[in-house]
Write a protein that binds this ligand. Structure first.
Ligand code: MEV
Length: 322
């Protein structure tokens, strides 16, 4: 279902996109390593309608304040006819849970649908270019996950090929992998973060003499993790998440607040780690079976916004048109 195209529609239109979390491989994926992501049932909704002047949430639109919007309109709506855009979202912003990818993909789906429809591989490519242009760095992981829905693996030999995404000489494969149907917990630390700054920090760290060896360890953990995921080895997935977290700390994107959240949930978790850029943002937790509510309680007591989430099988799509 999620691999089908976004079909043609007309204004006013409503589009819904899932958010995402990352099980293995953030940061290293920017440098070509494997990554595993899950689209989740926290959604962002965008409405688009014709209007006499450009509006965002019923105010005159200030594009310069939002580079994702500015670049999205430039790319997806070259006709430039005025439109009114409304947004509502349950995905915390700048929290590592895919809010900017969801926003960009929803814009692309809305304008692609109004222009006669758009294939998902093309939407994944253009959404990535817009997101990367707006933030100045990054991989197509987040945009691929929200466009495809479900569980996706980048740069992995396992799974069914969905598409390839490129920028310059860099190329990432995106594959569909099965969903073991576990319930997850995500917890936002309350510290917003900048993806570009964190990606830059890791880039510098990986340029040090031991960088190639570190990147190789990221690769090994993600490759083993994706294998364990496909075999539905829950305990092993959790153990490898912990190992991935140690590597993320080594490249400088963990901090005491995130480590405190990870410690708070550890007694009821198979594994817990940063999801996304780190330096703030959120953690993703694989709870022990049946301990989801307790994981949420522990994280809330530690001051996080904690939510139990499930994979969203549906990627970005038009939910109302005409
Ligand atoms: C951000 O969610 C994940 C990073 O790997 C950046 C990216 O892949 O675009 C840190």
């Amino acid at each position: 279902m999620s691999d089908t195209a976004i079909v043609g529609g007309s204004w006013p239109m409503s589009v819904r996109s899932p958010g995402k979390f990352i099980v293995f491989g953030e940061h290293a994926v920017v440098h070509g390593a494997p990554e595993l992501l899950v689209a989740i049932d926290l959604h962002l909704q965008v409405g688009v309608a014709t209007a006499p002047e450009f509006q965002l949430n019923r105010e005159p639109m200030a594009r310069s304040a939002n580079p994702y919007l500015a670049r999205g309109l430039e790319r997806f709506w070259p006709s430039g006819a005025p439109v009114a855009i409304t947004t509502s979202s349950r995905i915390p912003r700048a929290a590592g849970l895919g809010s900017s990818a969801a926003f960009v993909a929803a814009l692309g789906a809305a304008f692609g649908s109004a222009s006669g429809g758009v294939a998902r591989d093309a939407l994944a490519q253009s959404s990535f270019e817009v997101e990367r242009g707006a933030q100045g760095a990054g991989s197509p992981g987040d945009t691929s996950a929200v466009v495809a829905g479900g569980c996706v693996a980048l740069n992995s030999p396992s799974g069914t090929l969905l598409w390839e995404t490129t920028v310059g000489d860099a190329r990432w494969t995106v594959r569909r992998v099965s969903d073991p149907r576990w319930v997850w917990v995500v917890a936002y630390s309350g510290l917003p973060r900048s993806t570009a700054t964190a990606v830059q920090r890791v880039g510098h760290r990986l340029a040090e003499p031991d960088g190639p060896e570190l990147l190789q360890r990221f690769r090994e953990v993600a490759t083993a993790g994706i294998g364990a995921w496909i075999r539905e080895e829950r305990t092993e997935v959790g153990r490898l998440m912990q190992e991935n977290q140690r590597l993320l700390a080594e490249v400088g994107v963990s901090n005491p607040r995130l480590e405190a959240l990870i410690s708070a949930v550890a007694p009821v978790a198979e594994g817990a780690k940063i999801t996304g850029a780190g330096c703030g943002g959120s953690i993703a937790v694989l709870p022990q079976p049946g301990r989801e509510a307790e994981a949420v309680r522990r994280l809330a007591r530690a001051g996080a916004v904690a939510l139990a989430v499930r994979p969203s099988t549906r990627g970005v799509d038009v939910v109302g048109s005409g």
